[in-house]
Ligand binder design. Structure first.
Ligand SMILES: CC(C)(COP(=O)(O)OP(=O)(O)OC[C@H]1O[C@@H](n2cnc3c(N)ncnc32)[C@H](O)[C@@H]1OP(=O)(O)O)[C@@H](O)C(=O)NCCC(=O)NCCS
Length: 169
């Protein structure tokens, strides 16, 4: 098995791999359009020319990146592919000189083997404003926040919408 950067023709397979684990909430669902738009975030895992796994690195800024959508198809699990994907994504983060990599998971033991430690969701406001605040499980989140590297000391948050600024004025 080997990893490589994803290209647009991989988008359909990546969508399928993620969809297999999003029905039960293991992975966040990602639309085909969203995968095409962000395909450069993805690394794929190949075995004999077939894509059998994928994972993505979302960049927030130099202070933070997030590993997401990581999965290996059931027939290829337990052979080191998941670890290969995480290591490839960590290399991408290093290439971009990112100082902290975070993720949200229900499988903390897997990521602990790769140097991730448990963190507080509140330490990662970029993630809260991007995803958590629109998540139906915001108040009953059962995912564990994990980080590798230095916890961010700041966040890059989106500009508030004009209507909110007016309301607060
Ligand atoms: C999690 C997942 C990506 C791991 O991929 P994998 O190819 O099976 O992982 P590896 O073979 O590289 O396993 C590496 C190690 O992690 C352990 N591991 C794998 N899955 C694990 C799990 N669910 N919980 C705890 N440990 C796990 C393995 O035992 C192995 O340990 P070892 O090296 O001491 O033998 C894969 O099980 C998967 O796709 N699961 C469904 C989707 C998912 O849960 N994604 C993560 C959501 S954040």
């Amino acid at each position: 098995m080997r990893t490589r950067e994803a290209v647009l023709p991989d988008a359909e397979r990546i969508h399928q791999l993620i969809s297999n684990y999003s029905g039960d909430g293991t992975l966040l669902p990602r639309s085909f359009a969203e995968i095409c738009e962000n395909v450069r975030d993805f690394i794929v895992l190949e075995d004999a020319g077939s894509v059998v796994g994928c994972g993505a690195l979302h960049l927030y800024g130099l202070h933070l990146a997030e590993i997401r959508s990581i999965t290996v198809e059931p027939g290829h699990q337990g052979s080191g592919g998941g670890k290969r994907l995480v290591r490839a994504l960590l290399l991408q983060a290093k290439k971009h000189a990112v100082t902290c990599i975070c993720l949200f998971t229900r499988k903390p033991e897997f990521f602990a083997q790769l140097g991730f430690g448990i963190a507080q969701r509140e330490d990662l406001p970029d993630k809260i404003y991007k995803d958590c605040c629109v998540c139906p499980r915001f108040h009953c989140c059962d995912e564990v926040a994990m980080v590798r590297g230095d916890l961010p000391k700041f966040a890059i948050l989106p500009e508030p919408p004009e209507w909110l600024v007016k309301l607060q004025a």
